[in-house]
Design a protein around this ligand. Sequence first.
Ligand SMILES: Nc1ncnc2c1ncn2[C@@H]1O[C@H](COP(=O)(O)OP(=O)(O)OP(=O)(O)O)[C@@H](O)[C@H]1O
Ligand SMILES: [Mg+2]
Length: 278
Amino acid sequence: MDEVTRHHDADAHVASVLRTLDPDRDRPADVLAAEHLTVGFGGQGVLRDVTVALPRGTVTAIIGPTGSGKSTFLRTLNRMNDRVRGFERHGDVLLDGESIWSPSHDLLAVRRRVGMLFQRPNPFPMSIRDNVVAGVRAHGIARGKQLDVVAEIRLREVGLWDAVKDRLHGSPYRLSGGQQQLLCLARALAVGPEVLLLDEPTSALDPMSTEAVEALFKTLTPALTLLVVTHNLGQARRLSDATILFYDGELAEHGATAQVFEQPRDPRTARYVQGLVG
Ligand SMILES: Nc1ncnc2c1ncn2[C@@H]1O[C@H](COP(=O)(O)OP(=O)(O)OP(=O)(O)O)[C@@H](O)[C@H]1O
Ligand SMILES: [Mg+2]
């Protein structure tokens, strides 16, 4: 056996051992996938035949003009549109290979695994501490004194602990906008989601807070898979592995972020990333 073959065999062996240690080894490589997803409200089409998969542990950005269906897409992925008047859907969304509408996935379970953060921070009208543990409590993940531990861990994780440790029982509405968004992120992370959907998560924040929130997003992968809608093209480039362009309800482009920005395949993408439409 020559040296090269020996190295190759050793590499293959290491790879196979690592695979057996990987908790995700029996799961599909794509944590979430839309398949021929068509969505409308009361007969008005909004999304047309969208097929896209999110590889586990990656960041995908969604860009596109206003009204192109970005938020509708995100909201459909964790069933937030289910009860919206007139909501109609064809096609499917698979979570670990299984439809999010299948009876074996109840709504709460889907929401727990696929979390969401909105443009405007939306703390609940309760104390800072209770905000962080609201989902944990609702899902029965922890209770009593454990909740204080969970709150501290999550607040430390998002870098808010020092700022709020002396006012855990105070109102979240006295925090700055950036801090409120971090609080909402702590709340979303506390239930242990696998996917986080982020709809323009920093557009209501000042540049300093945006930087802090972006830096935090980077620490969340590969443990989590992120899908972030943004009008900030710089943010899409900084954060994402892959970028999707929605245009008038269609997926116009989907590829590695560098490719989408530097060598777009679709003329609509080229115009959009050059700032000619928006
Ligand atoms: N509940 C609803 N009922 C009827 N129409 C809706 C509903 N939600 C969204 N739409 C329509 O779907 C289209 C896409 O809206 P959506 O909010 O998904 O766009 P977007 O890409 O997120 O835009 P923006 O960049 O402005 O946030 C719009 O024409 C909107 O009016
Ligand atoms: Mg939107």
